[in-house]
Design a protein. Structure first.
Length: 277
């Protein structure tokens, strides 16, 4: 049976749901994977599993640590990505890849596999973020927000296997809703509903966090927790205007309601961000 047969029923389609935790926002600036998780599903049942901390060969940024809480001590005995790559690829082989905000995870996966001199998996990619935007009208489409809106079980946020579990529950619920509301029952129908398979991003393109991309698109406002250069954490409501690069870092130019003026915020210092209702 061809796992990528467009007429294959979704209940017979193998899915490899994966997530990476990273040292920062983009491999284009030298950031690396520090944890990876993957569940292989067939017919709603787990038929394969892989997870590992990963030695990134560089420090985890302060902003990333405040999100994933992966410390240097936790990574002391972790293997480099090159040592776990083939085990991860074995779970992904001949399966439809699934991730939430897939361009982010795909970008890091492709960068790590290039370093390991391995090819990325072939086959279609499904993004539960893209699906949720098309299937529902939620104000927020981050992983935890969609899970809460759909009332599905969520794993530990911002750890690889926890986010994989949450994404698997989202996928299951979304597929049920697509079948019930739109009669989507095949892989071809799923990809058509999504607008096609999600491509691997170009190496120099940074997939923006969902809250920023939505705010820029809707001219909306986001709430964020931010760590400044002195290490002080603050909460702010901002209206994003654009993202720009300067001196090897990415900055968000936004109107800050707290300051009452335009401010720039370094993206790797953003701890948490959510689109406001």
């Amino acid at each position: 049976m061809d796992p990528f047969d467009p007429d294959l029923l979704l209940g017979e389609t193998p899915f490899a749901i994966f997530d990476v935790e990273t040292t920062g926002l983009s491999p284009a600036y030298g950031h690396r994977v520090c944890e990876v998780g993957c569940l292989r599903l067939l017919g709603g049942e787990v038929v394969g599993r892989f997870e590992s901390l990963v030695d990134p060969g560089r420090p985890v940024s302060a902003g990333a640590y405040r999100v994933n809480r992966i410390s240097a001590d936790m990574l002391l005995d972790a293997p480099p990505f090159e040592e776990i790559a083939k085990s991860l690829l074995a779970e992904m082989d001949s399966a439809v890849l699934v991730a939430h905000n897939a361009p982010f995870d795909l970008g890091f996966l492709a960068a790590e596999l290039e370093i390991a001199q391995l090819l990325p998996p072939e086959g279609p990619v499904v993004d539960t973020l893209a699906l949720s935007r098309r299937a529902y009208s939620f104000a927020r489409n981050g992983l935890q927000a969609v899970a809460s809106a759909l009332g599905v079980e969520a794993g530990t946020a911002h750890r690889a296997m926890g986010d994989v579990w949450t994404t698997s529950q989202l996928l299951e619920q979304i597929l049920l809703d697509l079948d019930r509301r739109w009669g989507v029952t095949t892989l071809d129908g799923l990809l058509d509903f999504q607008g096609g398979s999600i491509p691997y991003p170009l190496p120099h393109v940074l997939p923006l966090p969902p809250a920023i991309s939505e705010a820029l698109e809707r001219r909306g406002q986001v709430h964020m927790r931010y760590v400044d250069a002195r290490g002080q954490e603050t909460e702010r409501a901002v209206r994003p205007l654009r993202v720009q690069e300067r001196n090897g870092h990415l900055y968000l130019l936004a109107h800050c309601h707290r300051a009452g003026e335009l401010r720039t915020f370094r993206l790797d210092r953003v701890v948490e961000m959510a689109m406001e209702d």
